[in-house]
Design a protein around this ligand. Structure first.
Ligand code: ZN
Length: 85
């Protein structure tokens, strides 16, 4: 099953409405959902979080890049290590 960005909250996992914030009902606050072969989205069950953690992290990095935010993807400590060697 494919994992896609939640269409309801755009990957944020939460909503801000009338000055109040709450978890997105569509994805359960994860920001991502399963998409089956019929293009139907399903909430990722909490029991699956461990198994999909790596995938979610990659999607999150991609999402931040899409928004033009590169601070997370480019880790300063990695750069420092590379400079030493
Ligand atoms: Zn959502």
């Amino acid at each position: 099953m494919q994992i896609v960005r939640c269409v309801s909250c755009e990957g944020y996992g939460w909503f801000e409405e009338d000055g109040q914030t709450g978890d997105c009902d569509w994805c359960g606050g994860v920001g991502y959902v399963y998409r089956d072969e019929r293009s139907v989205d399903h909430k990722i069950p909490a029991a699956d979080y461990g198994a999909v953690a790596d995938t979610l992290e990659k999607l999150e990095i991609q999402r931040l890049r899409d928004m033009g935010y590169t601070g997370q993807a480019k880790k300063p400590w990695d750069q420092a290590i590379r400079r030493k060697s």
